[in-house]
Every structure is written in C-alpha cells, then in structure tokens.
Design a protein around this ligand. Structure first.
Ligand code: SD4
Length: 334
C-alpha cells in the first residue's frame, strides 16, 4: 500500500459512521425510500425545497433545480451563487451542471452576474445542442433568456477578498480553502452543493452548483460543472456528486469512477470509498490536508458517502419528509 493510505491511518470514526450510513441506505429500500440526497448540512434546506417540488407534481429535474437554487440565493453561503467568494481579481464566477438518467446534460462554467447558475445550466440542456457554455457566452445566453443581471459580490464577500489580498500577494495558493476560517471540510470551506433526487417512479436527476474555490485564478474551472467529475448519473445504477478540491476529483473523473464501481456491483458506500482511496494512492503527500468528498445514491435507494478528511456531512431526505444530516466516514483522522 502506498504512503498515502498509511500516513495518517484509517480513522475509527469511519467504521461506525460507515455502518450508520450503510444501514441508513438499506433502511430506505422499503417503507420510506430516500427521495433527495445532498452534500453538507445546508443540504437540508435544499432537500426540503426539492421534496416540496416533488409533492407539487414536479419531476426529479424540477426537484434538483429547486433544491440547488436555495443555497444559490443564500448570501451567507460563500461557495455557492450570490455571496460566493470571488476569484483573485474580485469577480464571482459560478459553475453548475444538471443532468438526468436519460442522458440530458446542461452546464455552465465561469458564469458571471446571474444568481441561478443551475437554471442557466438547465436552459443550456433544454435550449441548445450543447452540454456546456462558459464565461461571457454563458452570461450572454442567460441574459438573452430572461435571467436577471445581478451583482453577485456582496459587501461581506468583497471584504473577505480585500482581507485576503493583504497577505496573498496575488499568488495562487494550493489548498486555499483549507486556510479559510473553520476546520478543513467545514461549512465555511467547502459549500458546493451536489443534490440527487429519485421520484416515485424511480426516475433520477442530479445537480451541482458552486462558486468554486475561493480566490481562485481567473478562468479556473473546478470539477463541479464537468460531467463525470463533479456529478454523474446512469440509469439503473445511480447518481454521484463530489465536493472539495475540484482538481483532485477532475484528475480521476471522480463521479464517473464512483458510478463505474456501482455498475459492477459495489455499494454506493464502497464505491465512494474506492474513489477516495484511489485519490490517496495516486497523490500521496500531495493531498495532505486536502478535502474531497463523494456522495452517491443508488438506483435502489441506497446511500453512500466517503471523504478524505473528517468534516464532510450530507443530508438525506425520505419520501415522508424525514431529514437527517449525517457525518461522512473519512479515510484520514485530520
Ligand atoms: C471546486 N469542488 O470548484 C468545487 C468547489 C468545492 O470546496 O467544493 N470547494 O473545486
């Protein structure tokens, strides 16, 4: 086994939480199946919006879009939508993707001046022959389709950027998000939302939206809007999303890997763990202190979650409306 896996050891928390997560997933198969699953504790509010959309007769696509719009509109969430931390030049740029199990995909990257990147991604999916629009073209497309122009840089986010500039010397800094307030992987550091929904008919859709890494280089795009990296879905298999340091996920096409493992029979939990272990083996000391988390929902309703570091949480909402926020198991202690 390469250094990466041994260096800090597999943590005790992992086993108990893994069992909890696995049993949570197993319990969902019968009476009260999982309807919505999303990353982080703030996923709870997103899940509730998604479930309300289901109950109003919306599709799985409608549900994940409605869910993703909740953190996008929240100015206190500094890694999604309005209020997101800007790039190192002071521009808030958004990445988002939406997809369903029938191969429909739409995404935007480096979108500016529009709050609901996920809705622009859906417009890309529904109104263009393309899967991804970036930058100025994405913004122009959004405005042409009636999305309102909004300054996404809140005074609070601008102040955080100005404070960062005082010491950053404008240099790209590896793992910048892990130097923000709060422990690595906490709500302050990694707020990307990946959300997956499964309708009564079993039809699945998924969405992911983020402002990406705080104070990133201008033009940087992470894993989130790239199919098979930040999000992936396959009919009859399930859906997977990632959060954390996008470069580490993109490097291995992380969610495509999780789904590939599930396709050959791994549980969502084992598949998420396998992808995290692969990153650790591949990257060794290069991922020291870095957070990456995978979350997966099987077509049978089972749930899996696994992260490099402690601190990753996820929200599970069942058809009845019962919601739990659970800690993910992790590979390392800290
Ligand atoms: C990215 N994975 O842009 C996203 C954002 C995130 O912690 O989750 N940051 O790399």
């Amino acid at each position: 086994m390469k250094d990466g896996l041994n260096r800090r050891g597999v943590i005790g928390l992992g086993a108990s939480v893994a069992v909890a997560a696995a049993s949570a997933g197993a319990a969902t198969i019968d009476a009260d199946p999982v309807a919505v699953l999303s990353t982080w504790d703030f996923g709870k509010a997103a899940n509730e919006a998604a479930l309300a959309t289901f109950r109003a007769g919306g599709s799985a696509l409608d549900a994940v879009e409605a869910g993703a719009k909740v953190p996008e509109a929240d100015p206190t969430n500094h890694s999604v939508g309005y209020g997101g931390y800007p790039d190192r030049d002071g521009h808030v740029t958004l990445d988002a993707i939406i997809m369903d199990e029938d191969g429909r995909v739409g995404a935007v990257a480096a979108l500016e001046d529009v709050v609901h990147a996920i809705s622009v991604a859906r417009l890309v999916m529904e109104k263009t022959p393309h899967t991804l629009l970036v930058g100025e073209g994405a913004t122009r497309f959004a405005l042409d389709n009636g999305m309102p122009r909004t300054n996404l840089l809140t005074p609070e986010a601008e102040q955080a950027w100005r404070d960062w500039l005082k010491t950053a010397q404008y240099k790209p800094i590896a793992n910048i998000e892990n130097h923000l307030p709060g422990p690595p992987g906490s709500r302050l550091n990694h707020d990307t939302i990946g959300i997956m929904a499964r309708g009564r008919d079993g039809h699945m859709a998924a969405a992911c939206t983020t402002s990406g890494m705080a104070f990133k280089m201008r033009g940087r795009v992470g894993d989130s809007p790239q199919s098979g990296c930040g999000l992936f879905i396959e009919k009859g298999v399930g859906a997977a999303a990632s959060t954390g340091m996008g470069e580490e996920v993109t490097r291995i096409a992380g969610t495509a890997r999780v789904i590939a493992s599930m396709r050959v029979g791994l549980s969502p939990q084992a598949a998420c763990r396998e992808a995290v272990e692969h990153i650790a083996r591949l990257r060794g000391d290069a991922i020291k202190g870095v957070q990456v988390g995978f979350l997966a929902l099987g077509a049978d309703g089972r749930v899996g979650a696994f992260a490099l570091m402690p601190g990753f949480t996820y929200a599970v909402t069942r058809r009845s409306g019962a919601t739990e926020v659970l800690p993910s198991a992790s590979l390392f202690n800290a």
